[in-house]
Design a protein around this ligand. Structure first.
Ligand code: NIG
Ligand code: FE
Length: 406
């Protein structure tokens, strides 16, 4: 007889309705074994609980309950910060100029290589705590600030240790191909060989990564490298995705789609041909308004065309020290509406159902019996207010892995 937890008087929001929401008012949610066991009216409660003692009970007082928010793209583990680079960019330098001058990602690589496991762990944990205050229950974290085996392994091990903190699921992604390390300056092929022949298979054998990512861009790796790396990852049995079309248009999207990839992320410069390719696939389009905002980009991803082609769009923070020191998925939703033109109801789907799809999760992102007990309880009456507010957090409570955090 596993004990149950009960959330009474909830207004459950169904985010899968085209162009809006469905509400189920005055319902009781029953959680058991980390899952949503049943959604009932009070009449049905006695029946549903006939064999279970109640361990905890909360009165939501009519507040709205959504699926817990899912951040499907972050670089949460890193040493130091990039405030100097921010100052330089605000004085007129561009991100690409700084990267080519040896700053940018490379600067964080130095600071992450020299950071201890504990420092990286404590830093990321503190960031997760802030993210949780905006309703987070699942978070993807990438490596990519080591660019050599030991530091990449250190980052991914930190990610594994963070799993479950405040009930948050961590899924980890190997991004060894984030940039070309100084040891392989001018020899991207040499570094790629090192990854293909040793680092990638080893990381997978150690069970440290759930997926593989690459920065496919003019200032990083080309589409051929993307094809080789993601092809190898796929054949080793992990999911694949890529940072594509952020600063320039490439064939990166097509490569990921051909491999049945989970997501293509950024997409400011995605071409009409690549959109057509994406339209006939299961790959999710991930947009990252924090990076667009922080880099003061001028070209927004064409979300109108993505929606017209029925391509699922997810929104993520892309939290990283260089291009998006953003903690709040709610703020990312607001930015996606104001800067990219997503509707508020679509924005909520983008951080729940679609974000789950981008990570390959089928057990979350919606509220239904049998799904994981990941919920956010908001002190609001209208879910559109989640996207309307700028920088606030109307979070009243969170349920993660069936545990209640109020
Ligand atoms: O998603 N585009 C590449 N990677 C990160 C930036 C990382 C950094 O600048 O430290 C991004 O924007
Ligand atoms: Fe990123």
């Amino acid at each position: 007889m596993t004990p149950a937890k009960v959330l009474r008087n909830a207004t459950v929001v169904n985010t899968s309705v085209e162009g809006g929401y469905d509400f189920e008012r005055n319902v009781t949610l029953i959680l058991k074994d980390g899952e949503i066991k049943a959604i009932v009216d009070d009449q049905g409660l006695i029946e549903a609980l006939s064999d279970s003692p109640i361990e905890a009970e909360i009165d939501c007082q009519g507040r709205i309950v959504t699926p817990g928010l899912i951040d499907c793209h972050s670089h949460l583990i890193y040493g130091g910060n990039r405030i100097d680079e921010f100052n330089a960019r605000m004085a007129g330098a561009t991100y690409a100029e700084i990267a080519l001058g040896g700053g940018g990602i490379k600067q964080t690589v130095e600071m992450t290589r020299s950071a201890s496991f504990d420092d990286l762990y404590e830093g990321a944990k503190a960031r997760m705590k802030t993210m949780a205050s905006y309703g987070l229950t699942t978070l993807e974290i990438k490596s990519g600030y080591g660019l050599e085996f030991e530091t990449e392994k250190k980052m991914l091990s930190v990610a594994r240790k963070l799993d479950g903190y405040l009930g948050i699921t961590i899924t980890s992604t190997y991004l060894g191909a984030h940039s070309i390390p100084k040891e392989f300056e001018g020899d991207a092929g040499g570094y790629l060989d090192q990854i293909l022949n040793h680092d990638l298979p080893e990381m997978i054998a150690l069970g440290l990564c759930d997926a593989v990512d690459i920065f496919c861009e003019s200032i990083a790796f080309d589409t051929l490298a993307t094809k080789q790396l993601l092809g190898a990852a796929k054949s080793l049995g992990v999911g694949v995705k890529a940072h594509v079309e952020q600063l320039t248009s490439t064939d990166g999207t097509a490569v990921v789609v051909d491999l049945g990839g989970l997501s293509v992320d950024h997409l400011e410069y995605i071409s009409d041909e690549s959109i057509a390719k994406l339209a006939n696939s299961k790959t999710v389009a991930v947009v990252l308004p924090g990076a667009y905002y922080f880099l003061r980009e001028k070209k927004a991803p064409p979300v109108d065309k993505l929606i017209k082609n029925k391509i699922p769009i997810a929104i993520a923070t892309d939290h990283n020290p260089g291009t998006s020191p953003l903690y709040s998925l709610l703020l990312a939703m607001n930015m996606s509406a104001v800067l990219f033109g997503l509707t508020p109801s679509y924005a909520l789907r983008s951080t729940t159902k679609n974000a789950a799809m981008a990570l390959g999760f089928r057990d979350r992102g919606e509220i239904a019996p049998g799904l994981r007990g990941d919920l956010a309880i908001w002190d609001l009456e209208d879910p559109n207010e989640l996207t309307y507010q700028i920088g606030g957090s109307p979070l009243w409570g969170r349920v993660a892995n069936g545990e209640i955090y109020v």
